[in-house]
Write a protein that binds this ligand. Structure first.
Ligand SMILES: [Mg+2]
Length: 381
């Protein structure tokens, strides 16, 4: 079997899909997207196609090595996202050829269903209590919210109180048996994080995510020590080497994105690295259906898995949503906030290729918002 073609499709709301075709008619799908950089990653995918076309698609690890290291320059968000999407598509092909879901090829299932969380509140959370109550009504047992909107580098008492009040409102709506995770999103400075973490401690967040930006990760050890709140990082780390420092600093949760961090092959290894530090996996996935399907395949085969992010109804999904490009959306049916184990071959989803080809004609130019502080200076989003 040989790879004969790699196509890419920029589909709304902000995703990029790739389709890897073989000479035997088997087709694999992947999602090589870096949000806001779809065209850049698309170019990287087509550069990698020069190597891949003509190769045996079943040599997944061999291709991961060549794609990741064979270009001399390696790593980073763009190249690792390109590799990630192709890696997903190759695993999808392998599953179809061997007649098994990817999690079976990874050693078989270690759980029967996967716990999911859902977003509440968007970027500037208001009415958090009502939003959380709605998700509880839908059966979710865990939600995630942004910890704050724009926050001054040294927060005012009012900004601190607002962040605590929102978390309190979520906790009140959830009760003690459900969970709320809080995303600081890199918009909270190290000084603010050190102040907020002990104050949030009595509200028992599941974890606090990105308490500082990745470039300040030498501060993680002190933030881990600042409270008993579990610290999560990882959506802006792109290979296992980048996770080593945070894990040694004591983070409890790693959040690689299967469309950014080298795909199924590398996220599987990041999970194993985390396991050596008694940390758990909670993959980042505010993305499309292929990224979620790939994440779930890893979740079903990974012992130290905590919870999975998903994007249904997320504030980014304007115009199109998670289920739009699937022939059978029931694979992502949430029951009591969980997804059942997919039994189909490969990634376990079937893509509506006609819908994808039509959507690509529309395309998208999604960009990250640029935020500013009150004085007009740049603020982290
Ligand atoms: Mg995040």
């Amino acid at each position: 079997m040989k790879i004969v073609d790699i196509e890419t499709f920029a589909v709304p709301p902000r995703w990029l899909f790739c389709r890897v075709a073989t000479d035997e008619g088997v087709v694999g799908w992947g999602e090589p997207i870096l949000e806001g950089r779809a065209d850049t990653v698309r170019a990287a995918v087509h550069e990698l196609a020069d190597y891949l076309v003509g190769q045996d698609p079943l040599r997944v690890e061999e291709h991961w090595q060549i794609m990741s290291k064979g270009g001399f320059y390696r790593g980073g968000p763009v190249l690792s996202s390109a590799v990630a999407g192709i890696d997903q598509a190759l695993w999808d092909i392998a599953g179809q050829v061997y007649g098994a879901p990817v999690h079976a090829l990874l050693g078989g299932p270690v759980r029967e269903r996967v716990r999911m969380y859902t977003w509440v509140g968007g970027d500037e959370p208001a009415e958090i209590g009502d939003a959380v109550a709605e998700k509880v009504e839908q059966g979710f047992t865990a939600v995630k919210m942004n910890g704050s909107a724009v926050m001054s580098r040294i927060a005012t008492a009012g900004e601190i109180d607002d962040a605590l009040a929102r978390l309190q409102a979520a906790r009140d709506a959830l009760g003690p048996s459900r969970d709320v995770a809080v995303d600081f999103h890199g918009r909270v400075s190290a000084a603010n994080a050190r102040r907020l973490l002990p104050l949030m401690e009595p509200l028992h967040p599941l974890f606090v995510e990105e308490p500082v930006l990745p470039e300040f990760d030498e501060r993680l050890a002190s933030l881990v020590a600042a409270s008993s709140v579990p610290i999560a990082v990882g959506e802006r780390y792109f290979d296992r080497h980048e996770f080593l420092g945070p894990l040694r600093a004591g983070v409890s949760v790693v959040q690689p994105d299967i469309s950014h961090a080298g795909g199924i092959s590398e996220v599987r290894r990041i999970a194993a690295l985390a396991e050596t530090c008694d940390a758990v996996l909670a993959p980042h996935c505010p993305l499309g259906p292929i990224a979620l399907a790939a994440s779930l395949q890893v979740a079903f085969a990974t012992p130290n898995f905590l919870i999975q992010e998903q994007s249904l109804g997320i504030h980014y999904n304007v115009g199109n949503d998670l289920l739009d490009y699937l022939l059978d959306p029931s694979v992502f049916r949430f029951v009591d906030g969980h997804v059942e184990r997919p039994l189909g071959p490969g990634l376990g989803i079937r893509i509506d290729e006609e819908a994808v080809r039509q959507a690509d004609k529309v395309g998208h130019r999604w960009r990250s918002p640029v935020w500013r502080h009150e004085d007009g200076s740049f603020a982290e989003w």
